[in-house]
Design a protein around this ligand. Sequence first.
Ligand code: ADP
Ligand code: MG
Length: 576
Amino acid sequence: SVQNHSETYLDGNAFAAKALAKAGIEYMFGVVGIPVTSFATCALKEGIRFIAFHNEQSAGYAAGAAAYLTGKPGVLLTVSGPGCVHGLAGLSNAMINTWPVILISGSSTQTDTGKGDFQELDQVEAVKPFSKYSGKARNIFEIPLVISKAITFAVHGRPGGTYVDLPTDVLHETISVTEGEKLLSDLQPYVPSWSKVETSVGQQLPNLEIDAAVSLLQEAERPLIVLGKGAAYARAEDPIRQLVQLTGIPFLPTPMGKGIIPDTHQRSAVAARSLALKESDVVLVVGARLNWLLHYGAHPNWSKDVKFILIDISSEEIALRKPAIGLVGDARRLVSQINKKIKDTPFSLGDKHPWVEKLQKKTEDNVKRMAASLNKDVVPFNFLTPMRIIRDAMADLGLPAPILVSEGANTMDVGRSVLQQIEPRTRLDAGTWGTMGVGLGYAIAAAVVSPERLVVAVEGDSGFGFSGLEVETIVRYKLPVIVIVFNNDGIYGGDRRSPEDIEGPLKDFPAPTSFVPCARYDIVMEAFGGKGYFATTPQELQSAVKEAFALRQPALINIRIDPYAGSESGRMQHKN
Ligand code: ADP
Ligand code: MG
């Protein structure tokens, strides 16, 4: 055919970047190199904010957090072979947490496949256990279709991971701008259901099921509402707050469900969790799985004849748990429907209701017991004293509330009960998979997509170490992220052996749990031009936190924690 030489041509990198922009992608996280280096530059030209990391693992965690916080697909870009394999960390973590993440990797040249090409790997196969869709663009014309499918599968149904494979030869092919535009014409930005105006009555569940759920709740003696991160992802906070307001039913958030209703709300059963689980008779679970985090919904943590009403976007999830009533669909829409029904036949548990009083009493007792140790200044630091100081400083920030990132064994366990969430989607932690090393990726994503909020990453020293060098990324992008390291010399508590226990070959090696004692992570941050603080006393910590929170500039506060404080494996000792 005759080429028109006045036409402009795009290569595969430029065309794929255009396709992402056309599909409404605003952020991309990753590490560049062969063959996708120009992809990132092209994406920036299209107005996509590409955040360049040191390590694909962190970038992948960032893509997951961005997806959760924005409700839109998070994108991770990697090189071929090893880059794609490192990216699997982020893809699998997103899949398990049910967040929509698209991994886009360059791959080796198709005609050299099987000959041992540079960074060759059958990536389309490698990603399959961690993705809902895995597709290769076999030529430049297929790029828009593969990207469109990857987005569709990531966000619809139960959100999850998807994969786009872009071979080197495809990235080097060219397409004319005119033809490219034609191929992109079908791509449209994904609009989450919560940002649409509610119109269609046809979409609603049959009223029978809603009626059955409402009457079960109404007849209950000890009802409970459990709120999970699926409800937060669905932005169901308004109808959920209204439901609690209408009915007075106590609620219990999962760790990342904290803040859908403020932790400070009167009906929060957070501080009476065991009692709430054990004695509730009807439980409405919104966007949370009855997995290990909720003791499988089973005896002895729950009562033998508890009845569950599950709201979940996934019909498989509901079929798996065999609840008394299952409502398949979007949490925001279904809770609104429940509220509508309740307004027709109102009922409410007042402050004097025996169940409410019982939980209230337990809450007061537990809070009082906790306060006794929490309000003491213990030096050398245990976990509680610094956590209280951080809690108070975070509360002083008011609204918009900071986003808390939390990981580590004891650091996360103690943080979960001490630190308070007052707004939805302000807590990011190790999540469903108990993934350690997510902290810096999550913090960077949170700061990028929520520039109005301060980000406070409260990290164990081992959690921090997985991706510690990403502090450079924080400085480079001038992000308002304050990293706080609970430094107790290693995993759980570093080397806690007494000298008599160290015999024979053990003498020659550091304990598997240990790091260099008293490491100066604050100086690592300073190496890149961020601010470092080292705190060993309440006074030092208070002034460090106060200054860092006010400056809103990259900072790391290294807190010296007594290596003998806290327990091994945190609260998971029985599994170690
Ligand atoms: P948590 O860790 O808070 O317990 P999980 O990750 O276990 O939460 O559960 C989240 C659940 O939310 C998943 O089963 C997922 O299918 C569901 N989910 C995701 N999006 C929605 C939505 N829009 N509406 C209802 N449920 C949703
Ligand atoms: Mg530690």
